[in-house]
Design a protein around this ligand. Sequence first.
Ligand code: GDP
Ligand code: MG
Length: 403
Amino acid sequence: MKPSHKSYEVEPLLPKMAEKHYAPLNSSFPFVTSYQTGNSILPQASKNIEKALKGGKLLELANGFKETVATLSQTPVNISVTGDSGNGISSFINALRFVGHEENDSAPTGVVRTTQTRAEYSSSHFPNVVLWDLPGLGATAQTVENYVKEMKFRVCDLFIIVASEQFSSNHVKLAKVIQGMGKRFYIVWTKLDRDLSTSVLSELLLLQNIRENVWENLQKAGVNKPPIFLVSNLDPLLHDFPKLRETLYKDLSNIRCGEALTILYDTCEKIVDDKMASWKERIANGHLKDSLGVRNDDDMGECLKAYRLVLGVDDDALQQVAQSMGTLVVAYKANMKSQNLHTLRREDWKLRLMTWDCLLTCLPCFRGRFRRMRHERMLLLVVQDTKAILKKILEDAIIPPQI
Ligand SMILES: Nc1nc2c(ncn2[C@@H]2O[C@H](COP(=O)(O)OP(=O)(O)O)[C@@H](O)[C@H]2O)c(=O)[nH]1
Ligand SMILES: [Mg+2]
């Protein structure tokens, strides 16, 4: 059946640009977190970033983003691992931490009920993350409401619902209640090794059946599609474990940085818009030559360079930023229409029309008006490129690019 609900894959970080690059934060981000660190550093970070951008200092701005992300990355995150008793909750925590069940600091596991109260674990693989090992929902005769209260769901940022053998009504109840709280969760199906050794189906078909079964049960209860991972706790490197870890890293970034960086990006957008407004005024007043510092304001190539310089996205600045972010300058320039006058005219038919010599020769009386329109158009295109570059810098500050 075709899923009718919005998929719950990793949310884009900065949604409006998500189509361009992988982007992990979102104003409609479905997490509720404390953001203690984010709230306290935000005013100063915002001030620094504002100052850098107003002064057209892209490198300073990029460093400001990086510092902000570094601080936010230390925000503590609570992850609760829940499910039905005996499903492999404690074993999953051990596997995620790469800790054998016989090791000292492992979560106790076993065929008899071993987890009676919630217990916390940490892992060097996920710094500043508390993994809460919960007793399964079926462990006591309590209601879901009581369980949610006792297990302190409110203070948790992310949930992992562990299931195996069958996806029960308890799993569905947990998913519903977590979704109702506006928090994110994954389903982790464990004991895949057993399923694989006992099933007569091919591996591909078996995996597909498990996924479909989980999804159908959730769908019937009106739950949005969560990420579903199929694993064996005996093999912490196999099956969906690598994908699960990758998703978890991205979501941790979202939880920690999401709200704060969206606010910072909005501030940047506003500054760029203000800059555009003030330059539009100068264009309208005809005071361009002096303020832009160009010899000839009909020389569109020279003016383009000047607009890029005042917005802080000139070639030198981009080169410095790329170096600081550990990537190649092409990563920032590849989608840039305003690389030079040739690319700008190629990519924008309106500007092409406005810079068509015949038009100016045929309609000399409109020369002044055309000049203004050309400048406004060019400014707008440089502004659009600047915003895209700012977004990319922010994304790269969160997840460093790999070259
Ligand atoms: N074969 C297999 N056994 C598992 C797996 N995960 C857990 N178990 C076993 O299932 C039993 C219950 O596991 P436990 O982690 O204590 O479940 P919990 O009650 O949900 O915490 C233990 O005997 C585990 O060894 C798995 O992925 N594969
Ligand atoms: Mg347990």
